[in-house]
Design a binder for this molecule. Structure first.
Ligand SMILES: [Zn+2]
Length: 83
């Protein structure tokens, strides 16, 4: 039996699509990829906010003795000093 994909409107059957999702596998794969991208983006934003908060809290204390801590925080978030 053939069904029509609710996304691309191509025909699919049991072997080329998911009847419960009413989508062909091509569209299902595309959707999960978009979801994955969104999750990564959300994670990146969240990390960015935490990183900013961390650096700001260090800068608020604001002495040069904290410079070391700032470099530690920067390296923690993946910043590398230019060599
Ligand atoms: Zn489709």
């Amino acid at each position: 039996m053939n069904w029509t994909c609710c996304e691309c409107e191509n025909k699919y059957d049991n072997s080329t699509g998911d009847v419960d999702e009413r989508m062909c596998y091509e569209c299902l794969d595309g959707e999960s990829f978009a979801e994955m991208e969104k999750k990564m983006f959300d994670k990146l934003i969240k990390e960015n906010i935490e990183m900013r908060r961390k650096i700001l809290s260090i800068l608020k204390r604001g002495t040069f003795a904290d410079l070391r801590t700032i470099f530690d925080a920067l390296s923690e978030i993946g910043y590398k000093e230019a060599s």
